[in-house]
Design a protein around this ligand. Structure first.
Ligand SMILES: *Cc1c(COP(=O)(O)O)cnc(C)c1O
Length: 229
């Protein structure tokens, strides 16, 4: 199947998952993930109507984005180091991978210097995997008020990368925990957090059934990617 066919098939699967969950089709946004993909692939996706893309490394994005059509918009979805915040604020429309108060404060500082407001998601490591970045739930609840008070940041919701499993049904419980954690954050903040970024190529249908509003899809759209350092 070519890229046009894969995009159409994915959109159908998203629609079907929404229907199963009794949700509106437009309540889920597809974020195509282009890490490890060359600009030609992104150009083709753009010609087919996609305009928002996810990248996981600032360095790769900084080299690639200037080679892509300038009308495209980008989300940062990978671990961000404080010394890359200036570039991240310049390159990305949203940073989905905020996992500490220190990082949030640095993004806030760079946003101030760039005279911008930056929408962010807080990344949760719900299963407590040592190999993953992201907040433990208790830590997030302890810091969310301080992060939300940073004047240049707009906390829009939560993001998670669950433990890998060959059976997406096994991941359902993690997606549910993150949805419940979002509800607890909303109570703490006394305000709505509209976004839940969860679901990748292997498990996005279950994620949608559990409330995902953004699904981040790489392999299922673009095939295997080149390994990046
Ligand atoms: C690579 C990546 C994805 C996409 O993964 P696929 O399994 O290829 O769909 C989604 N989210 C994050 C944070 C990633 O790094």
């Amino acid at each position: 199947m070519d890229l046009a066919g894969r995009i159409a098939a994915i959109k159908q699967r998203i629609e079907a998952s929404c229907a199963r969950a009794g949700r509106a089709t437009d309540s889920v946004m597809l974020l195509p993930v282009t890490k490890g993909q060359p600009p030609e692939v992104i150009d083709e996706a753009a010609r087919l109507g996609l305009s928002l893309f996810g990248e996981s490394k600032v360095q790769e994005a900084k080299a690639k984005i200037p080679l892509c059509p300038s009308r495209l918009r980008w989300h940062m979805i990978g671990h961000l180091q404080t010394n890359k915040c200036r570039d991240a604020v310049a390159l990305f429309e949203m940073i989905q991978s905020v996992d500490s108060l220190r990082l949030a404060q640095e993004i806030n500082k760079q946003a101030e210097q760039a005279a911008k407001r930056v929408p962010i998601l807080l990344e949760v490591n719900a299963a407590g995997e040592a190999s993953k970045f992201g907040y433990r739930p208790e830590q997030l609840l302890a810091e969310v008020t301080q992060i939300n008070a940073l004047p240049r940041l707009e906390v829009r919701g939560l993001m998670t990368v669950p433990p890998w499993s060959p059976e997406p049904e096994k991941t359902r419980v993690v997606f549910r925990q993150v949805r419940e954690l979002k509800a607890r954050c909303e109570e703490v903040l006394s305000g709505a957090l509209p976004e839940l970024s969860m679901g990748m190529s292997g498990d996005f249908e279950v994620a949608i059934e559990e409330g995902a509003t953004i699904v981040r899809l790489g392999t299922v759209l673009f095939g295997e990617r080149q390994k990046t350092a």
